[in-house]
Design a protein around this ligand. Structure first.
Ligand SMILES: Nc1ncnc2c1ncn2[C@@H]1O[C@H](COP(=O)(O)OP(=O)(O)OP(=O)(O)O)[C@@H](O)[C@H]1O
Ligand SMILES: [Mg+2]
Length: 234
């Protein structure tokens, strides 16, 4: 049997920030991670361990001090910002703790935005976006603005937007951090299901051990390195 393809690889990433008082602080010391096609990985670690920094570096939204990033086996950290942005919009989706919806756009338009940004909006897009909103239980909220939606509903719109283009991977930074426990579990279950159906890989930063247990593999960021907590179930 062929081994699954690597979707994203971070190789020996280091990251230092200048310290406001003196010198610099090395947050990532030699962080390496390989994510396979369709795999869901939870990333845990203490507050300040560098999880968000590592996620931003994997997305090429921040530069590492040293090390390299590969998307679908292509080195990308050394490309121009414009080239990275062009590749990112179809390769990757994001879900953040604070939803990051556009306040002036309704739920449907917010979901469609993923296709517009990736330059693949076509006649089928509104239909696909609408079907996804129905899937996440928002059939009756399609024309609502973000200000007219609850936190759990906003996050379901953000999830629909992240999966719309069936990206190779979704990066999620504490996506349920602002939701109550019951809403958080149902949103998480839905999110994992949508990713699994599309064979979209997922890297999930979470402080919640129950959500971490729902993913196929658990890793920990500690002392600037990635440690395997539970290898892939697959
Ligand atoms: N631009 C910056 N300049 C200086 N230090 C920074 C900068 N960005 C992050 N840091 C430091 O890097 C460390 C890691 O931050 P990061 O946001 O990655 O942590 P985290 O693991 O995501 O924490 P949390 O669980 O609280 O979200 C922190 O100590 C933070 O102060
Ligand atoms: Mg963080």
């Amino acid at each position: 049997m062929n081994s699954p393809e690597t979707v994203l690889e971070a190789k020996s990433i280091t990251k230092s920030f200048p310290s406001p008082s003196n010198g610099s602080i090395e947050i990532l010391k030699s962080a390496s991670l390989e994510i396979s096609e369709g795999e869901s990985i939870s990333l845990r670690g203490e507050s300040g361990a560098g999880k968000t920094t590592f996620l931003n570096i994997m997305a090429c939204l921040e530069s590492p001090t040293s090390g390299s990033i590969f998307w679908d086996n292509k080195r990308v950290d050394n490309l121009s910002n414009t080239r990275q942005a062009a590749l990112r919009s179809s390769f990757m989706g994001f879900v953040f703790q604070n939803y990051c919806l556009i306040p002036e756009l309704n739920a449907l338009e917010n979901v469609e935005l993923a296709a517009r940004i990736a330059g693949i909006f076509n006649k089928k897009t509104p239909h696909l976006a609408r079907a996804l909103l129905e899937r996440v239980g928002l059939k009756d909220r399609i024309k609502h603005l973000p200000s007219q939606l609850s936190g759990g509903e906003k996050q379901r719109v953000a999830i629909a937007r992240a999966v719309l283009n069936s990206p190779r991977i979704i990066l999620a930074d504490e996506p349920t951090g602002n939701l109550d426990e019951h809403t958080a579990s149902s949103v998480m279950a839905m999110f994992l299901k949508l990713c699994a159906e599309r064979k979209t890989a997922l890297m999930l930063i979470t402080h919640n051990p129950d959500f971490a247990a729902m993913t196929s593999r658990e890793v920990l960021l500690s002392n600037g390195e990635i440690k395997e907590l539970r290898p892939s179930k697959a």
